[in-house]
Design a protein around this ligand. Structure first.
Ligand code: KIV
Length: 261
């Protein structure tokens, strides 16, 4: 067992992440989203393991109702800024909606986003056959891929809203198969979003690569949160599973009010 000491290990690589199981390391892999240069500089100085430029930037930065509106060009712009601010972190960027709808689109957009932003890996949602084939291809050409199953916000309309996945037998079997297919395709880690807790545990036990949960309970190898939720940067309360460590919306508002007096 190799112990990754967060105080001494700075930038992780895919060999280290691929084999990171919470049971062996006695701690969780921690990932936060980030969307701007200055926050990336700050996170670069922390012991955080992984940074994700999530397409959730559509919701929290651009005010869109759905991540569906986010384009590849937008992801490139924000990813470049974050990667510039956090050279010492393993940074992952989301492939946005529609950008991997076919093999040709997926290859072209992945190469563009990976090459122009300088991030270390890409993440994509889903595990349909064409996505599995694309992941195999991307890993073969040197682009590490993080998978993402369960609630996949780019498919919110197709899935029928935001809810916990894996509650019934059919959906449990499907999700377990998807997770195994993603691992076999070459993913170095998988995000489990809103996956029923006991299923998230089972998937975590079955896979050799780490699972990173959000709203999926405590048993995954890692946890990911939207930084805006963790710091309560927005006007609305964060989702229930996130316990904010501050209310920076109120704090900043009060500071501005004090300044204006
Ligand atoms: O876009 C995002 O922020 C994400 C995380 C919630 C996993 O995909």
């Amino acid at each position: 067992m190799t112990y990754l000491d967060p105080k001494t290990i700075n930038k992780l690589n895919t060999r280290q992440i691929r084999t990171f199981k919470k049971s062996a390391h006695n701690r969780s892999l921690q990932m936060l989203t980030c969307y701007d240069y200055q926050s990336a500089q700050m996170l670069n100085e922390t012991t955080l393991d992984l940074i994700l430029i999530g397409d959730s930037l559509g919701n929290v930065v651009l005010g869109y109702d759905y991540t569906i509106e986010v384009s590849t060009e937008t992801m490139i712009l924000f990813s470049k800024a974050v990667k510039k601010g956090s050279p010492d972190k393993f940074v992952i960027a989301d492939l946005p909606f529609g950008s991997y709808a076919s093999m040709e689109l997926g290859l072209a957009n992945s190469i563009k986003l990976f090459q122009q932003s300088g991030v270390e890996a890409l993440k994509l949602e889903g595990a349909y056959d064409h996505e599995i084939i694309l992941i195999e291809r991307l890993t073969q050409i040197g682009i590490p891929v993080m998978g993402h199953i369960g609630l996949t916000p780019q498919s919110v309309h197709e899935q029928g809203g935001y809810f916990t996945h894996g509650k019934d037998e059919k959906s449990k079997t499907k999700l377990l198969k998807e997770a195994q297919a993603l691992e076999a395709a070459g993913c170095f880690a998988i995000v489990l979003e809103f996956v029923e807790e006991s299923l998230a545990k089972l998937i975590t036990e079955k896979l050799t690569i780490p699972t990173i949960g959000i709203g999926s309970g405590i048993h995954t190898d890692g946890q990911v949160l939207v930084i805006n939720d963790l710091l309560h940067l927005g006007k609305k309360d964060p989702p229930k599973f996130c316990k904010p460590i501050a209310n920076l919306y109120q704090t900043k508002k009060q500071l501005i009010e004090d300044y204006l007096k």
